[in-house]
Ligand binder design. Structure first.
Ligand code: SAM
Ligand code: SF4
Length: 349
């Protein structure tokens, strides 16, 4: 697909034409990754963060947020719930928290791999290559790190650097791939300052990077952050700003499927937040094949407030599990079993 075609779809507003896009993405999803919906149990292990990303409620400057870090026992209890529910993967996610020391994560990964059949995905921000290496050696299978936007000027504006460290997520994603991780990345749709051209570039970058997992969700403004309180990283002419809507997010999901047919693509919690009734289903019908049920203990959930009014915030793991199961089956699909890793495309001989 050319850049012009991607751009034309992003700007398309005719419902009949969009129906064709949804249909193409859904058929390709079925052909390439099947009807099973893989469940990745999400455990938000710490909300401490040293970064100041201009969109995220966990940013260091948000002094109103009560901070927590789960104990190993709490994390292992949530991991055991994932096993009980029949999930194939757990995702350990956190702010960029140096308090989560390399050796502690190494030990946790070893424990999960030796005590359960689960695949382990880490999403702990921009960590050091030697940390990625140690965790991979301990058995971690996948790493998620969204590049958020492929526009370097916009990226720099919304990701203030740490004094001693320049952010280069693209370089880190390459390191992760070289270490043998399945690599996941993605972007937010509708971040202030995002143009249609830059979103088209992001989508084409997914294809060039041959990502194993692609997460796209709408930007949701958090009032305690610069981007949620009206600050604009750059002025765009009228009509150039990508809207942070459910429909635009679905266009990005469908195009990601067309560009990366075998990738694992979640229908995200952010989409379910912006469209509480049917958001999950919209994503799953328009190219997605993964959901991420939340296993974080209820007492910590409200404090993992990356944006306000997050879906499922007061539900416990049982309720999340049951709700997603029903939604998957109502679509005529079924929960996937096993780790649900990336399907490799056979190389031509
Ligand atoms: N700290 C790790 C990192 O940055 O990769 C993982 C946790 S971070 C909270 C996970 C993702 O949340 C980010 O990659 C970002 O895309 C998303 N996120 C943060 N703030 C958001 C917002 N206001 N609206 C939508 N998504 C947001
Ligand atoms: Fe921290 Fe990740 Fe939020 Fe940035 S997006 S402030 S690194 S939790």
């Amino acid at each position: 697909m050319t850049r012009a075609e991607v751009l034309a779809w992003l700007r398309e507003e005719d419902p009949a034409r969009l129906k064709k896009l949804w249909g193409r993405a859904d058929r390709l999803r079925r052909r390439c990754v099947g009807d099973a919906v893989h469940r990745r149990g999400l455990i938000e292990i710490s909300n401490h963060c040293v970064r100041a990303c201009c969109y995220c409620g966990l940013r260091v400057a948000n002094s109103k947020l009560p901070r927590y870090r789960m104990s190993d026992d709490e994390i292992m209890a949530a991991v055991k719930q994932a096993v009980g529910f029949g999930y194939g993967t757990v995702v350990l996610q956190a702010g960029e928290d140096p308090g989560l020391r390399k050796d502690r994560i190494t030990g946790l990964v070893r424990r999960i791999k030796s005590e359960t059949p689960l695949a382990v995905t880490l999403s702990l921000g921009e960590r050091e290559p030697e940390e990625f290496c140690a965790w991979r050696e301990a058995g971690a299978d996948r790493y998620l790190l969204r590049f958020e936007t492929s526009d370097p000027e916009l990226f720099a504006k919304i990701h203030p650097s740490l004094p001693d460290k320049r952010s280069d997520r693209m370089a880190l994603l390459k390191v992760l791939g070289c270490l043998g991780y399945e690599v996941g990345s993605g972007v937010m749709v509708g971040i202030p300052g995002q143009t249609f051209g830059s979103l088209a570039h992001d989508l084409l970058a997914f294809q060039t990077m041959e990502l194993d997992m692609i997460g796209v969700g709408p930007f949701l403004p958090h009032p305690g952050t610069p981007l949620g309180s009206g600050w604009m990283p750059r002025a765009l002419r009228a009509g150039a700003q990508v809207p942070a809507t459910a429909e635009m997010t679905c266009k990005a999901i469908a195009l990601a499927r067309l560009l990366c047919p075998v990738a694992n693509i979640p229908s995200t919690t952010a989409l379910a937040t912006i469209e509480p009734e049917q958001g999950r289903e919209m994503g799953l019908r328009r190219g997605a094949n993964v959901v991420m049920p939340n296993l974080t203990p209820v007492r910590y959930r409200a404090a993992y407030e990356i944006y306000p009014n997050k879906a499922c915030i007061s539900e416990n793991a049982d309720a999340c599990h049951g709700c997603l199961d029903r939604r998957i089956r109502a679509l005529g699909r079924w929960p996937g079993t096993g780790p649900g890793g990336r399907k490799r495309v056979a190389s031509k001989s």
